[in-house]
Design a protein around this ligand. Structure first.
Ligand code: ZN
Length: 219
Protein backbone atom coordinates (compact mmCIF):
# COMPACT_ATOMS: atom_id res chain seq x y z
CA UNK A 1 0.00 0.00 0.00
CA UNK A 2 1.68 3.17 -1.22
CA UNK A 3 -0.40 6.06 -0.11
CA UNK A 4 -0.67 9.73 0.75
CA UNK A 5 -2.95 11.13 3.44
CA UNK A 6 -4.51 14.55 2.89
CA UNK A 7 -6.83 16.61 5.06
CA UNK A 8 -7.11 19.97 6.80
CA UNK A 9 -5.45 20.68 10.14
CA UNK A 10 -7.46 19.09 12.93
CA UNK A 11 -8.79 16.27 10.71
CA UNK A 12 -7.05 13.64 12.84
CA UNK A 13 -4.54 12.77 10.13
CA UNK A 14 -1.87 11.62 12.58
CA UNK A 15 -4.19 9.13 14.27
CA UNK A 16 -5.51 7.74 10.99
CA UNK A 17 -2.01 7.53 9.51
CA UNK A 18 -0.87 5.49 12.53
CA UNK A 19 -3.81 3.15 12.05
CA UNK A 20 -3.12 2.61 8.33
CA UNK A 21 0.59 2.09 9.06
CA UNK A 22 -0.17 -0.63 11.64
CA UNK A 23 -2.81 -2.33 9.55
CA UNK A 24 -0.72 -2.61 6.39
CA UNK A 25 2.61 -2.87 8.25
CA UNK A 26 4.12 0.07 6.42
CA UNK A 27 6.09 3.07 7.75
CA UNK A 28 4.21 6.25 8.63
CA UNK A 29 6.32 9.04 7.15
CA UNK A 30 5.43 12.46 8.49
CA UNK A 31 7.36 15.42 7.13
CA UNK A 32 8.18 16.65 10.62
CA UNK A 33 9.65 13.32 11.77
CA UNK A 34 11.54 12.95 8.51
CA UNK A 35 13.10 16.40 8.91
CA UNK A 36 14.08 15.69 12.52
CA UNK A 37 15.58 12.32 11.62
CA UNK A 38 17.52 13.57 8.60
CA UNK A 39 19.03 16.46 10.59
CA UNK A 40 19.84 14.16 13.53
CA UNK A 41 21.50 11.57 11.26
CA UNK A 42 23.34 14.40 9.51
CA UNK A 43 22.65 13.10 6.01
CA UNK A 44 23.75 15.58 3.29
CA UNK A 45 20.17 16.65 2.61
CA UNK A 46 19.47 16.69 6.36
CA UNK A 47 22.35 19.11 6.93
CA UNK A 48 21.09 21.28 4.11
CA UNK A 49 17.59 21.36 5.67
CA UNK A 50 19.09 22.12 9.10
CA UNK A 51 20.80 25.16 7.56
CA UNK A 52 17.42 26.66 6.66
CA UNK A 53 15.79 25.71 9.96
CA UNK A 54 18.65 27.27 11.94
CA UNK A 55 18.14 30.53 10.05
CA UNK A 56 14.41 30.32 10.84
CA UNK A 57 13.58 29.88 7.15
CA UNK A 58 11.21 27.45 5.46
CA UNK A 59 12.92 24.42 3.96
CA UNK A 60 12.54 24.82 0.15
CA UNK A 61 10.50 22.33 -1.87
CA UNK A 62 13.47 20.84 -3.72
CA UNK A 63 15.24 19.99 -0.44
CA UNK A 64 12.07 18.37 0.96
CA UNK A 65 11.63 16.44 -2.29
CA UNK A 66 15.20 15.09 -2.12
CA UNK A 67 14.65 14.10 1.50
CA UNK A 68 11.42 12.28 0.58
CA UNK A 69 13.25 10.48 -2.22
CA UNK A 70 16.01 9.38 0.14
CA UNK A 71 13.42 8.13 2.66
CA UNK A 72 11.23 6.30 0.11
CA UNK A 73 14.29 4.58 -1.35
CA UNK A 74 14.98 2.77 1.94
CA UNK A 75 14.21 -0.97 2.19
CA UNK A 76 11.35 -0.58 4.71
CA UNK A 77 9.35 1.30 2.05
CA UNK A 78 9.40 -1.53 -0.48
CA UNK A 79 6.10 -2.91 0.80
CA UNK A 80 4.57 0.52 0.99
CA UNK A 81 4.37 3.70 3.03
CA UNK A 82 1.98 6.37 4.16
CA UNK A 83 3.04 9.96 3.59
CA UNK A 84 1.59 12.53 5.99
CA UNK A 85 2.31 16.24 5.49
CA UNK A 86 3.76 15.81 2.00
CA UNK A 87 2.85 16.69 -0.73
CA UNK A 88 1.30 20.02 0.31
CA UNK A 89 0.72 21.55 -3.11
CA UNK A 90 0.44 20.55 -6.77
CA UNK A 91 4.11 21.21 -7.46
CA UNK A 92 5.15 18.83 -4.67
CA UNK A 93 2.56 16.30 -5.88
CA UNK A 94 4.11 16.27 -9.35
CA UNK A 95 7.61 16.04 -7.87
CA UNK A 96 6.46 13.03 -5.84
CA UNK A 97 5.06 11.33 -8.96
CA UNK A 98 8.39 11.92 -10.70
CA UNK A 99 10.37 10.57 -7.72
CA UNK A 100 8.23 7.42 -7.51
CA UNK A 101 8.66 6.96 -11.24
CA UNK A 102 12.44 7.07 -10.79
CA UNK A 103 12.12 4.49 -8.02
CA UNK A 104 10.08 2.32 -10.39
CA UNK A 105 6.84 2.52 -8.46
CA UNK A 106 3.59 4.49 -8.12
CA UNK A 107 0.91 5.45 -5.60
CA UNK A 108 -2.03 3.12 -4.94
CA UNK A 109 -4.31 5.65 -3.30
CA UNK A 110 -4.59 9.14 -1.88
CA UNK A 111 -6.83 9.20 1.17
CA UNK A 112 -8.44 12.60 1.60
CA UNK A 113 -10.25 13.27 4.86
CA UNK A 114 -12.73 16.02 4.02
CA UNK A 115 -13.95 18.00 7.02
CA UNK A 116 -16.40 20.94 6.80
CA UNK A 117 -14.87 24.27 7.83
CA UNK A 118 -17.09 24.84 10.90
CA UNK A 119 -16.11 21.38 12.13
CA UNK A 120 -12.41 22.09 11.71
CA UNK A 121 -12.74 25.34 13.67
CA UNK A 122 -14.66 23.49 16.38
CA UNK A 123 -12.00 20.80 16.62
CA UNK A 124 -8.96 23.04 16.53
CA UNK A 125 -10.35 25.53 19.00
CA UNK A 126 -10.88 22.80 21.62
CA UNK A 127 -7.43 21.23 21.46
CA UNK A 128 -5.37 20.94 24.61
CA UNK A 129 -1.84 19.71 25.17
CA UNK A 130 -0.05 18.48 28.29
CA UNK A 131 2.65 20.88 29.43
CA UNK A 132 4.65 18.00 30.82
CA UNK A 133 4.48 15.08 28.34
CA UNK A 134 2.93 16.66 25.22
CA UNK A 135 -0.08 14.31 25.09
CA UNK A 136 -2.97 15.80 23.09
CA UNK A 137 -6.60 16.11 24.21
CA UNK A 138 -9.81 17.78 23.08
CA UNK A 139 -12.38 19.33 25.39
CA UNK A 140 -15.21 17.74 23.37
CA UNK A 141 -13.86 14.84 21.32
CA UNK A 142 -11.13 13.45 23.55
CA UNK A 143 -11.55 14.93 27.04
CA UNK A 144 -9.20 13.98 29.89
CA UNK A 145 -10.73 12.07 32.83
CA UNK A 146 -10.18 15.11 35.06
CA UNK A 147 -10.67 18.54 33.55
CA UNK A 148 -7.37 20.28 32.78
CA UNK A 149 -5.25 17.34 33.97
CA UNK A 150 -3.28 14.88 31.82
CA UNK A 151 -4.46 11.23 32.14
CA UNK A 152 -0.96 9.93 31.52
CA UNK A 153 1.22 12.01 33.82
CA UNK A 154 -1.02 14.34 35.81
CA UNK A 155 0.51 17.36 34.07
CA UNK A 156 -1.36 20.60 33.40
CA UNK A 157 -3.19 20.96 30.06
CA UNK A 158 -2.99 24.17 28.04
CA UNK A 159 -4.29 25.56 24.76
CA UNK A 160 -1.90 26.68 22.04
CA UNK A 161 -2.07 30.42 21.44
CA UNK A 162 -2.37 29.88 17.68
CA UNK A 163 -5.55 27.83 18.21
CA UNK A 164 -7.82 30.88 18.34
CA UNK A 165 -10.61 31.41 15.81
CA UNK A 166 -8.98 34.03 13.56
CA UNK A 167 -5.62 32.24 13.39
CA UNK A 168 -7.41 28.99 12.61
CA UNK A 169 -9.38 30.66 9.79
CA UNK A 170 -6.14 32.01 8.32
CA UNK A 171 -4.48 28.59 8.52
CA UNK A 172 -7.47 26.97 6.80
CA UNK A 173 -7.45 29.56 4.04
CA UNK A 174 -3.76 28.87 3.37
CA UNK A 175 -4.41 25.13 3.46
CA UNK A 176 -7.26 25.46 0.98
CA UNK A 177 -5.28 27.61 -1.44
CA UNK A 178 -2.39 25.16 -1.39
CA UNK A 179 -4.31 21.91 -1.67
CA UNK A 180 -7.26 22.63 -4.00
CA UNK A 181 -5.20 21.98 -7.15
CA UNK A 182 -3.49 18.97 -5.58
CA UNK A 183 -6.83 17.34 -4.72
CA UNK A 184 -8.20 17.95 -8.24
CA UNK A 185 -5.01 16.49 -9.69
CA UNK A 186 -5.32 13.25 -7.69
CA UNK A 187 -9.01 13.08 -8.55
CA UNK A 188 -8.24 13.46 -12.27
CA UNK A 189 -5.83 10.51 -12.21
CA UNK A 190 -8.31 8.37 -10.22
CA UNK A 191 -6.24 8.07 -7.07
CA UNK A 192 -8.48 10.05 -4.75
CA UNK A 193 -10.35 8.18 -2.01
CA UNK A 194 -12.46 10.87 -0.35
CA UNK A 195 -13.63 10.19 3.18
CA UNK A 196 -16.29 12.21 5.01
CA UNK A 197 -14.41 13.37 8.08
CA UNK A 198 -17.31 14.88 10.06
CA UNK A 199 -17.53 11.80 12.28
CA UNK A 200 -15.78 10.27 15.27
CA UNK A 201 -12.21 9.04 14.92
CA UNK A 202 -13.38 5.40 15.02
CA UNK A 203 -16.04 5.92 12.36
CA UNK A 204 -13.53 7.61 10.08
CA UNK A 205 -11.08 4.72 10.62
CA UNK A 206 -13.78 2.20 9.68
CA UNK A 207 -14.68 4.10 6.54
CA UNK A 208 -11.03 4.33 5.48
CA UNK A 209 -10.65 0.55 5.97
CA UNK A 210 -13.79 -0.23 4.00
CA UNK A 211 -12.95 2.13 1.16
CA UNK A 212 -9.37 0.93 0.82
CA UNK A 213 -10.65 -2.64 0.74
CA UNK A 214 -13.30 -2.08 -1.94
CA UNK A 215 -11.59 0.64 -3.98
CA UNK A 216 -8.27 -1.14 -4.15
CA UNK A 217 -9.37 -4.75 -3.73
CA UNK A 218 -6.60 -5.25 -1.20
CA UNK A 219 -6.55 -8.70 0.45
ZN1 ZN B 1 1.07 14.47 30.41
Amino acid sequence: MKTVLLGPPGAGKGTQAEHIARKYEIPHISTGDMLRQATKNQTPVGLEAAGYIDKGELVPDDVIVRMVKERLGRPDCRKGFILDGFPRNLQQGKALAHTLDELGTDLDAVVYINVPEHDVIDRLSGRQTCRNCGEGYHVKYMPPKNKGVCDKCGGQLYQRTDDNAQTIKNRLEIYRQQTADLISYYDSINLLVEIAGDKTIDEVTKEIDARLRTDLRQP
